[in-house]
Each structure stands twice: as structure tokens, then as C-alpha cells.
Design a protein around this ligand. Structure first.
Ligand code: MG
Length: 276
């Protein structure tokens, strides 16, 4: 009978130990799983963006016949920094956006022409708030359609594009037209001149402001007159002007003016800027 009591006691003690061990095991597994869960918790991935997802075609901006700016040359005011003079023979104020390349755009008698595939160019100087005057002319030989025709662009602080495009008898998505804040805000009207004629852009730009931690304090603002016709009226710039995807907020300081090489030989003349 002594051995029976012993066996009973042994069994009881063993059972209690086993239960404790199992309890510990379950607790450990639980903790491990919850830690693992935090590391591997998955949220749904956003759907991959396609360019067309940020392009809208209607309503098309109304066409207005603008003043003829060919002869109405707005010469630089005395306090302007001249970025391309009326009789310039070289692109002194400009460098290639690729620091390993030189500017290959041709400059002759004040007219600077995009050399396709040679790269976009940027001013050596950097700017904050400003008033900018740019004149551009689309190639007379019409090649391509929609975004493929007379495409270039002028970028505020290197990242916010006001579209340059031959929109004369050439439709494209509304928020990619000449005078649009590219893929954000269409121009109020289509004030394009014929290919070969000169167009003017007069741009008043207020840079976005950022807090010390890099977050946005206030959006950038832009007013654009195309051939003297208002096409952007103190428009809020939502962020970077992306070809694919949504505007992004990126903290930055002063930045250059960029002219885009979009593979079309668009011409420029009489570019000047007044810092504000
Ligand atoms: Mg462009």
C-alpha cells in the first residue's frame, strides 16, 4: 500500500509540473506570436499607379485668341536678372541638369533651342519667390500629337512644372495643357499661339514654406498669364508635379528654374526674373 501512496503522490506532482510547463509554453508561444505579429503585420499595398490615372480630359479649356506677342517684346525691367538676353549668343546663366554634361542647346541671336535628348537645363542661380517672364515658340513643323507635340516645361524651384505644349489645334488631357500646373490644375483657358509664333508666360510665384521638422507650413502659390491672358489665378500648388502618381510634399529651400528637354525642339527667348 505504501507504494500505491507514493505512486499517487508522484503522479500528482508530475501532473502539476506538467501543467505548469504547458502553461509556460502556451504563454511563451502567445508572447512570441504577438511579437512576430507586430513585425509581419501587413496592410494592403496601394494599386500600382498608371500615368492615365492622373489625367482628366474634360472639360477642355475654352479656346481664346490671344494678343499677338511676336512684336510686343516686354524688355527686362532694370531690377531683373536676365536669364536669356534679347541678343544672347550663349547660355551663360544655364547648366545641364546632369552635372556630368554640358548645355548643348543652341543659342543664336537671343533664341535658345532645345536640343532633343541632350538633357533639361537649369539656372546656375536659385530662387525663392519671384516674377518670371519666359517666351517660347513651338516648332513650325508639326510632329506628333497630344503630349508629343511641342512639349517642354518651365519648373519653379526645379520641381513644379508649368507645362509648355503646342496646344494650338491639338487636344490633350486638360491638366496637361499649356499653362497647366502639370497633372494638377488645367489652365483657365487655352491661349496658345500658332506653332512658330511666340508665346509669353508671366509667372508670379510664392514658394511653399516648411516648418523646421520638414512638414508643410503653407503651399506654394502661382499666377500665370499666357500671352497676357490669365490662365492660373493664385493657384495652390499641391506638391511635386509627377508624371505618375500623386503630388508629393517635399521640404526644400531655394531652387533653380528648369527648362525641360521633352524631345521637341521648342525655342525660347527673352527670359528674365525679378526676385520678390
Ligand atoms: Mg512638359
Amino acid at each position: 500500500p505504501g507504494s500505491v501512496v507514493f505512486e499517487k503522490n508522484f503522479n500528482l506532482k508530475t501532473q502539476i509540473k506538467m501543467k505548469r510547463l504547458m502553461l509556460c509554453g502556451v504563454l511563451c508561444m502567445g508572447i512570441c506570436m504577438s511579437v512576430q505579429g507586430q513585425e509581419t503585420k501587413k496592410y494592403p499595398e496601394p494599386a500600382p499607379m498608371q500615368p492615365e490615372m492622373s489625367e482628366f480630359w474634360t472639360p477642355q479649356p475654352k479656346i481664346v485668341v490671344p494678343p499677338d506677342m511676336d512684336q510686343a517684346i516686354i524688355t527686362p525691367p532694370s531690377d531683373a536678372i536676365v536669364l536669356l538676353g534679347l541678343d544672347a549668343e550663349s547660355a551663360d546663366e544655364w547648366v545641364n541638369c546632369d552635372p556630368n554634361k554640358a548645355v548643348e542647346w543652341e543659342v543664336e541671336q537671343g533664341v535658345m533651342t532645345v536640343k532633343p535628348s541632350s538633357g533639361s537645363i537649369r539656372t546656375k542661380r536659385e530662387f525663392g519667390d519671384f516674377q518670371l517672364h519666359v517666351e517660347w515658340s513651338a516648332p513650325t513643323e508639326i510632329v506628333g500629337e497630344s503630349q508629343g507635340r511641342g512639349n517642354s516645361g518651365v519648373f519653379m524651384q526645379g520641381i513644379y512644372e508649368v507645362q509648355i505644349l503646342d496646344n494650338y489645334g491639338n487636344e490633350t488631357y486638360a491638366n496637361g495643357q499649356a499653362g497647366s500646373i502639370y497633372k494638377q490644375t488645367p489652365p483657365l483657358v487655352n491661349a496658345c499661339q500658332k506653332p512658330g509664333k511666340w508665346n509669353t508666360y508671366d509667372i508670379i510665384y510664392t514658394a511653399p514654406r516648411f516648418k523646421e521638422d520638414g512638414s508643410l507650413q503653407s503651399h506654394g502659390r502661382i499666377t500665370v498669364l499666357h500671352n497676357g491672358v490669365l490662365v492660373q489665378n493664385n493657384t495652390m500648388i499641391l506638391g511635386t508635379t509627377e508624371y505618375i502618381g500623386f503630388p508629393r510634399i517635399v521640404a526644400h529651400g531655394k531652387g533653380p528654374i528648369i527648362l525641360q528637354d521633352h524631345l521637341n525642339p521648342v525655342r525660347f527667348r527673352n527670359i528674365w526674373i525679378r526676385e520678390l
